[in-house]
Design a protein around this ligand. Structure first.
Ligand SMILES: COc1nc(N)nc2c1ncn2[C@H]1C[C@H](O)[C@@H](COP(=O)(O)OP(=O)(O)OP(=O)(O)O)O1
Length: 175
């Protein structure tokens, strides 16, 4: 089982819903060629928050303000019945720097009204709109026909909205 993060930097957050979200076109690894948030796998001894901040720095060069990093979702992705990845999802409305392309990712700002769901993981259209509107969600998603996960079929899901979510690792003692 892999533990991973996603971070969604937001612009224009004066109202309830932000105007824009920074996505990356993933240039290598799982989900290559699709849009997603910056993110990746937890390293040894790293908390999910530390991972989200590090991955956003490494993938697009933005320095997220830790005080503005808000956990929005905890998503479990199953492949052929087994837990494949637990993913901690964050919103961030304060950060420094301008996004840059790196070997891992090409960043692009999108209006929240024009997110390219047809070029993203199949599950994203089910939870990302709620996350961008400030809600919390715990979700479980079933894929079949892998590995790899990004060649499997999305077959089922279960979502719990507006629930309290913890901000620690699901498998490690440090939070
Ligand atoms: C199954 O549905 C998924 N949906 C979304 N939106 N994101 C997903 C899904 N499954 C995995 N992810 C995310 C979780 C991670 O942020 C990335 C995969 O990261 P990767 O395996 O490339 O991890 P890195 O640490 O960046 O890679 P390196 O090992 O190359 O450093 O996808």
């Amino acid at each position: 089982m892999t533990e991973a993060t996603l971070c969604f930097p937001l612009r224009g957050t004066d109202g309830v819903t932000p105007e824009e979200v920074l996505l990356i076109e993933k240039r290598r690894g799982l989900g290559e060629g699709w849009y997603n948030g910056p993110g990746g796998k937890l390293e040894a001894e790293e908390t999910p928050r530390e991972c989200a901040i590090r991955e956003t720095r490494e993938e697009v060069g933005l320095e997220v303000d830790p005080a503005a990093l808000e956990k929005a979702a905890e998503l479990t992705f199953r492949l052929d019945g087994d837990v494949h990845t637990v993913c901690h999802v964050y919103r961030a409305d304060r950060f420094e720097g301008e996004p840059v392309t790196t070997p891992e990712a090409r960043p692009e700002w999108f209006s929240v009204e024009e997110i390219p769901y047809d070029q993203m993981w199949d599950d994203d259209r089910l939870w990302l709109p709620g996350v961008l509107s400030g809600r919390t969600v715990v979700g479980e998603f079933a894929f079949e026909g892998g590995p790899p996960l990004d060649e499997a079929d999305f077959v089922d899901h279960d979502l719990g909205w507006d629930v309290p979510i913890t901000d620690g690792s699901t498998t490690r003692s440090r939070g």
